[in-house]
Design a protein around this ligand. Structure first.
Ligand code: NAD
Ligand code: GLY
Length: 379
């Protein structure tokens, strides 16, 4: 049998160019088996701590453990409960306590092995333990592989809201093993796919056209289609983060296309599994294009293409399609005003002049938003 640590590694490599904080994203099947090799060069001493959740541990931790054994890297793991509830102060305390009990040093590496919840929590813990230790992302959901593991946004939720406590802390490496997605439930795959669509809509019309043709294959798990979609998404995010690491100019904000709408509907669903983040993003993408059409900026035909594609892959394009009914538009508008800086009655939104041409607009009239929301909610 071939020793997994000697297996030639076939993967795509995307670089996130951030000067001294630059790092690579590796994308390909079965990269878990060679993760020890990939990490070895980053380690000051041959030891890592892994943080994961129960669902991921049950399916994939044994493979990762073998990879570390094969590379002679000592390892220990903390397994947390799955779900958004884990991104809280209590689990941050548990994780940082575990790391200090393990006597980690600044040069040691924490491995975030899971979806966006584990990645955000682990990254934040790494940013504060011993005033900042290294961490590596091994994302296991489509959403985490194309979005949350890249770019260094880390954090937890608090009673005041989602992602309000956090830090920018870049990982040293991201390893996206496309084969681990084979165990991910289809609903989660679809939710992550909404973020893939986002990259096409915000800046890459050719990619959106490719998704219109190949999206079904990405979802069903055809290996080359999935890998291509993930690599291209990571390249898009890497380019944006490279221009605007800390969201200080309007570049990185483009990644929030559809997200102001999405956050309002997620809050309406109490951040529960009634509406996954990616499902809310799909609704938000449709509404961001509807608002762009309302303002005369975007051809209506492009809005139709967005709706048609999201619908074709089984993502919601309206609150009703996601089972959210009986919500008044004024309630959503009020939530959005809280999320946004309002100046002289105008709001900032990511809009689009067409597919692949998103931009930041700082003067969206409240009346136009009200009209779009009323159409979407029917009240
Ligand atoms: P998640 O981490 O909760 O994972 C979804 C579910 O899938 C969980 O139940 C998990 O246990 C399970 N799972 C994970 N990998 C699996 C696998 N391979 N097989 C079977 N089950 C698996 O959710 P998510 O969608 O990955 O991430 C959502 C989080 O990401 C949110 O907290 C959001 O705020 C955050 N996020 C962060 C950024 C960022 O830039 N930091 C960007 C987008 C989203
Ligand atoms: N997901 C948005 C960002 O990383 O900026």
């Amino acid at each position: 049998m071939q020793n997994v640590s000697d297996r030639p590694v076939q993967c795509d490599r995307v670089s996130v160019a951030l000067g001294p904080r630059s790092y690579d994203i590796l994308v390909g099947p079965r990269l878990l088996e060679t993760a020890g090799q990939a990490l070895r060069g980053l380690l000051a001493r041959p030891r890592v701590v892994v943080v994961t959740d129960r669902a991921v541990a049950d399916r994939h931790l044994a493979t990762l453990d073998q990879a570390f054994d094969a590379a002679a890297i000592a390892h220990q793991s903390i397994v947390l409960p799955p779900g958004e509830g884990t991104k809280d102060f209590a689990h941050l305390e548990e994780l940082t306590g575990y790391l200090l009990d393990a006597e980690v040093e600044r040069g040691d590496v924490l491995v975030a092995f899971g979806g966006g919840v584990i990645g955000d929590l682990a990254g934040f813990a790494a940013s504060i333990v011993r005033r900042g230790m290294d961490f590596v992302q091994i994302p296991t959901t489509l959403l985490a592989q194309v979005d949350s593991s890249v770019g260094g946004k880390t954090g937890i939720n608090s009673a005041h809201g989602k992602n309000l406590i956090g830090a920018f802390h870049q990982p040293r490496l991201v390893i996206a093993d496309t084969a681990v997605l084979d165990t991910l439930p289809m609903r989660e795959i679809k939710a992550g796919y909404a973020e893939v669509v986002k990259y096409g809509l915000l800046g890459d019309a050719a990619f959106f056209a490719w998704l219109e043709k190949n999206g079904a294959d990405v979802l069903s798990g055809r290996a080359d289609a999935r890998r291509y979609a993930i690599t291209r998404s990571c390249a898009a995010k890497a380019a944006i983060v490279g221009h605007d690491e800390h969201e200080t100019n309007d570049h990185r904000a483009l990644l929030n296309l559809g997200h102001t709408f999405a956050h309002a509907f997620e809050a309406e669903a109490a951040y529960s599994s009634r509406l996954l983040h990616g499902e809310a993003v799909a609704i938000g993408l449709s509404l961001a294009f509807a608002l762009s059409v309302e303002l005369g900026l975007c051809p209506p035909a492009d809005l139709e293409r967005v709706r048609r594609h999201l619908g074709a892959v089984g993502l919601p394009t309206s609150p009703a399609e996601a089972g959210l009914t009986g919500i008044r538009s004024e309630r959503i508008a009020a939530r959005m005003r809280q999320d946004k800086k309002v100046k002289d009655g105008a709001l900032t939104f990511i809009l689009a002049r067409g597919i692949g041409h998103a931009f930041v607009e700082h003067a969206v009239p409240a009346a136009a938003l009200a009209h779009v929301l009323k159409n979407a909610l029917g009240a």
